[in-house]
Design a protein around this ligand. Structure first.
Ligand code: TRP
Length: 338
């Protein structure tokens, strides 16, 4: 690069997780682990989606505790608050404001087609509230406020990112280039971790929902017990076959993610062994993976002043960017300037 050239502007990446349950091994291997090394290449924003979490009824004290725990866990997992912007969605009021505006550009039909809305309404038949329905408009606001280029999400959230693009396109076609078109970012090495008790379902964050979930705060004995009880099959052969051997393949995915070994290497390592040895080895690898994260989370949670500082700085940085976009939007739609 010659000295007259500016370094290329970094692309922006943004993602969030609802503090509606304890972060799990699945959240770590499937998402957070892939977020932590992006700061060199991207301008990264990660937040606790607390506004989204109340679309399902929460216990206030639990929500507050889990939200703080989640912030501490992001940091303990290696997301450096000096290099990434970490914040609470509810601390940046522009989310709710742009969320409202985008509600007026999201169609009833589109929102009705969202798989997550259909699933959650089936599960919470006594509380199908408006927020659950308009959830994707708020999520679009989360993304578009920051003009994010990439949104790392799991398969289950791709539909929401697609809708965000449709909303952005609709808005831009009326008012000009206001929003950057975001793209879902599916990492090359992201592992989709299933429940140890039911390998047909994703490992769930929601409390009491999934007896087969390993949380980041589980002590070693609990982790070992969960792996010991993990559902397998009756052919006693450690072989990767996600069609017919879902439980074993899920354990292999976890073991591969924790040790870096390939499926072929794992098959070789356990050839002739029973599932007992295999489950024990997987459990131990997870215990060692999570130990430093749990210890660091506890240390950070005891340091309230530090967490306070991180969240205040994060909210300030995030608000700065969010406010610029919101102002532009308000002007475009015809609101009188304050
Ligand atoms: N809907 C996401 C989930 O349930 C969480 C979320 C909210 C999110 N806003 C976001 C993810 C913006 C990515 C970008 O997992």
């Amino acid at each position: 690069m010659t000295d007259t050239m500016q370094p290329a502007k970094k692309k922006r990446m943004l993602s969030g997780i609802k503090p509606s349950g304890a972060l799990t091994l699945g959240s770590y291997l499937g998402a957070i682990r892939n977020w932590k090394d992006r700061a060199e290449e991207f301008d990264c924003y990660y937040f606790m989606a607390d506004l989204h979490s109340i679309t399902v009824r929460q216990n206030p004290a639990d929500l507050r505790r889990r939200s703080l725990e989640q912030l501490a866990q992001y940091i303990a997992c290696g997301i450096d608050p000096e290099k990434n912007v970490l914040f609470f969605q509810s601390h940046v009021h522009q989310h709710a404001e742009l969320g409202w505006v985008l509600n007026c550009y999201a169609m009833f039909g589109e929102l009705s087609r969202m798989t997550q809305f259909k699933d959650k309404s089936a599960k919470n038949a006594d509380n199908i509230n408006g927020g659950l329905f308009t959830y994707p408009a708020l999520m679009a606001a989360d993304i578009l406020l920051y003009q994010a280029d990439y949104v790392p999400v799991g398969e289950d959230q791709k539909q929401h990112v697609e809708l965000t693009r449709d909303i952005a396109k609709r808005f831009n076609s009326i008012y000009g280039d206001v929003f950057t078109m975001p793209e879902p970012y599916i990492p090359k090495v992201g592992a989709r971790i299933m429940s140890l008790a039911n390998p047909d379902a994703k490992m769930s964050k929601s409390e009491n929902d999934d007896p087969g979930r390993v949380t980041l705060m589980d002590p070693p004995e609990v982790i070992m017990r969960l792996f010991k009880r993990a559902i397998t099959d009756c052919d006693a052969e450690v072989r990767y076959d996600p069609e017919n051997k879902k439980g074993v393949s899920n354990l292999m995915t976890i073991y591969s993610a924790t040790t870096g070994r390939s499926f072929a290497e794992i098959e070789q390592e356990f050839a002739g062994h029973g599932y007992g040895d295999f489950k024990k080895a997987v459990g131990e690898s997870v215990v060692e993976l999570l130990r430093p994260i749990r210890e660091e989370t506890c240390r950070l949670l005891a340091d309230k002043a530090y967490l306070q500082k991180v969240m205040a700085e994060g909210a300030e940085k995030a608000s700065y960017v969010a406010e610029k976009t919101l102002r532009k939007v308000y002007k475009k739609v015809g609101f009188v300037a304050r």
